[in-house]
Design a protein around this ligand. Structure first.
Ligand SMILES: Nc1ncnc2c1ncn2[C@@H]1O[C@H](COP(=O)(O)OP(=O)(O)OP(=O)(O)O)[C@@H](O)[C@H]1O
Ligand SMILES: [Mg+2]
Length: 248
């Protein structure tokens, strides 16, 4: 087998000056975490510091069990912060009640390894459902026009009225990505979004995300084990045993 990548990855653009004003999109400081179910109180995250500016595309990698998904779930307001601080666009997550955490979640685009699409919804219905999480942002006609425009932009127009059962894994994952993008989140959290895809499809998915980071200053934190994807990122952060061991 050749060691050359089977597809060409979009390279990270050169760093641009000056540094963006305003708070970081994500600022994690001194975060520790232990699952309550672990009676020994074993910490699965220890003293994590991590910052993403708007438009940063950061890859998070490291062995299985090192804490990547746990860290993503804390940043995504899916779990409560125990120790340390996590700020999104300057807003502290620690200490928020359930309903404020849920509001925070609505402003984030999530992409998981499994597409998590509702089997009963067509692609366009999936996108409309995501838009309804932030109804105050949209006019009625947006619910018709925006999903179609995004599907076209992502080369998915032909699947607008298709339900997941009729789609390939790669097509489903691209619909899931459209769902993560439709509300123009300031932050996208992606947990092994290409794991179920072949390398060409994986490359397309990364190119879509990269474009959002550049064009809309969306901060993207993506977990991956695939070293071919590293060069698409501005930075690669490595975790081992609950700690960040290298960044660069
Ligand atoms: N819901 C849970 N309850 C208890 N322990 C958990 C839970 N989820 C994860 N863990 C433990 O926390 C640690 C970190 O898990 P995590 O899923 O964050 O790792 P990961 O880096 O995402 O691994 P992978 O690459 O396999 O996805 C592991 O020791 C795991 O067993
Ligand atoms: Mg994981």
């Amino acid at each position: 087998m050749s060691l050359e990548p089977a597809f060409s990855m979009p390279a990270a653009p050169p760093p641009t000056a000056p540094a963006p004003a305003g708070p970081p999109a994500v600022e994690v400081t001194g975060v520790d975490y232990a699952f309550k179910s672990n009676r020994a109180g074993r910490k699965v995250l220890r003293d994590i510091d991590l910052a993403l500016a708007p438009g940063d595309f950061v890859v998070l990698t490291g062995p299985s069990g090192s804490g990547k998904t746990t860290l993503l779930s804390l940043i995504g307001a899916l779990r409560a912060v125990q120790e340390g601080s996590i700020r999104l666009d300057g807003a502290e997550l620690k200490g928020l009640g359930q309903s404020k955490m849920e509001r925070m979640r609505r402003t984030i685009g999530f992409i998981f390894q499994d597409h998590n699409l509702f089997e009963s919804l067509t692609a366009i219905e999936t996108l409309r459902l995501a838009m309804r999480l932030l109804p105050e942002r949209y006019k009625r006609r947006d619910f018709r026009e925006r999903p179609l425009a995004l599907l076209e932009e992502l080369g998915l127009s032909e699947f607008a009225d298709t339900k997941p059962a009729k789609l390939s894994t790669g097509q489903k994952q691209r619909i899931a990505i459209a769902r993560a993008l439709i509300n123009h989140p300031r932050l996208i959290l992606a947990d092994e979004p290409t794991a179920a895809l072949d390398s060409e499809m994986g490359g397309q998915v990364i190119a879509m995300l990269r474009r959002r980071a550049v064009e809309e200053k969306t901060a993207i934190l993506m977990v991956t084990h695939d070293p071919r994807l590293f060069r698409s990122a501005d930075r690669v952060v490595k975790m081992v045993d609950g700690q960040i061991v290298s960044e660069g």
